[in-house]
Design a protein around this ligand. Structure first.
Ligand code: GLA
Length: 403
């Protein structure tokens, strides 16, 4: 009898785990793409500004390029819950309420995301969700929320895995499919436990629009593109359809050079990173637009195989990143980390690409690939000949190799 009960309980757990993993894949078969308020506006958000942003999202071609989520980060609510313990959208910022704004986003063919925090307060000091998980989840579902970013400030001794599982269960209990974005900065190695809990999990602290140097903010350090990149190296085996490593949102268009922005975007595509833009879409330059809406680069990011790229080699500030793609294609990204230009001369015949995670085994002496440069949009020969090019400081060459 005891054995039978135990067997039944274990079966329920296994079936539930499989079901959650399956739901996760359906919610995010490829890394989520969207736009988030934080990197440009912090808590200075309101309905008129954001309606303008929704309109620019569409007129700029972002939605057509595949970006779908429109996410409000910290700062959307009042400083206190109401007398029933409910969160309230700040009536000065959102005079028509949050449901009306969510409806606006949906009416434009996009999905709506919102933010809160596992702690007692959000990072900016607004009411956190601790102890209110189920009622907050119900409220979001009633507004039509499709995506929740869930932060990790003011959590004291909370157990991260338990706190995120609680919120995940609360979201599931609403019956509404809601993408769950874990944002505990990689402190508790979410890649080891968050598969099936949420669909993306931050792997590092906050990014800022700097390419190679971190920036001290007093009590914390904002991370550069390269320093975030280096933190991704040993965790690629934990990412895949429905569970993505999240190296933080994009800073494209927020102050780095065009070349650095292009490198940042290329590398995030190599990493199968969620692509959450964070620039002012109303004022986006043509150069910024050409990066964010580069369909060939986005196709690398969104490749259905869902295998994260890896650093194949690194020498004298020149790195080669490789990402196995569906149909046996490969993405190759040469990155110049230095402040000087570098001449790359890459003789494919002397390289064998082996990757256990994707069962990739490519010997260029036995198979020939065509090379297509995804930024110049030109065919640049085949793997029969060495690839030779000068790469500017902080720039990349992003190639798609196809048979
Ligand atoms: C943390 C997160 C950021 C942003 C802010 C909001 O720092 O990591 O991405 O959400 O909080 O306060």
């Amino acid at each position: 009898m005891m054995k039978k009960l135990l067997f039944t309980a274990l079966s329920v757990i296994v079936v539930n785990a499989q079901l959650f993993a399956q739901q996760s894949v359906e919610l995010a078969p490829t890394p989520p793409m969207g736009w988030n308020t934080w990197n440009t506006f912090q808590t200075n958000i309101d309905e008129p500004l954001l309606k303008g942003m929704v309109d620019a999202y569409i007129s700029s071609g972002m939605r057509d390029a595949g970006y779908i989520y429109f996410v409000l980060d910290d700062g959307w609510m009042t400083m206190e819950r109401d007398s029933n313990g409910q969160l309230v959208a700040d009536p000065k910022k959102f005079p028509n309420g949050m449901k009306a704004f969510a409806d606006y986003v949906h009416s434009k063919g996009m999905k709506f995301g919102i933010y809160n925090c596992a702690g007692t307060k959000t990072c900016a000091g607004y009411p956190g969700t601790r102890g209110h998980e189920y009622e907050d989840a119900r409220l979001y579902a009633s507004w039509g929320v499709d995506y929740l970013k869930y932060d990790w400030c003011n959590t004291d001794s909370l157990n991260a895995r338990e706190a995120y599982i609680t919120m995940s269960m609360a979201l599931k209990a609403t019956g509404r499919p809601i993408v769950f974005s874990l944002c505990e900065w990689g402190n508790h190695q979410p890649w080891l436990w968050a598969k099936g809990v949420g669909q993306l999990y931050r792997t590092t602290g906050d990014i800022y629009a700097g390419f190679d140097k971190n920036l001290s903010k007093g009590t914390w350090t904002a991370l550069s593109v390269l320093s975030i990149l280096d933190k991704q190296v040993n965790i690629r085996q934990y990412a895949g359809p429905g569970h993505w490593n999240d190296p933080d949102m994009l800073e494209v268009g927020n102050g780095m050079s065009f070349i650095e922005d292009r490198a940042h975007f290329s590398l995030w595509c190599m990493l199968a990173a969620p692509l959450m833009a964070g620039n002012d879409l109303r004022k986006m330059s043509d150069q910024t637009k050409s990066i964010l809406t580069n369909k060939d680069a986005i196709a690398i990011d969104q490749d259905p195989l869902g295998v994260e790229g890896f650093r194949y080699s690194s020498a004298d500030s020149l790195e080669t990143w490789i990402r196995p793609l569906s149909n046996g294609d490969l993405a190759v990204c040469f990155l110049n980390r230095s402040v000087q230009p570098i001449n790359v001369s890459y003789d494919w015949a002397t390289h064998v690409i082996q990757d256990k995670i994707s069962n990739t085994d490519v010997d260029f002496t036995k198979i020939t690939y065509k090379l297509h440069d995804l930024w110049t949009k030109k065919d640049v020969g085949t793997t029969k000949k060495a690839f030779k090019q000068s790469i500017a400081s902080h720039d990349v060459v992003l190639l798609r190799l196809s048979k």
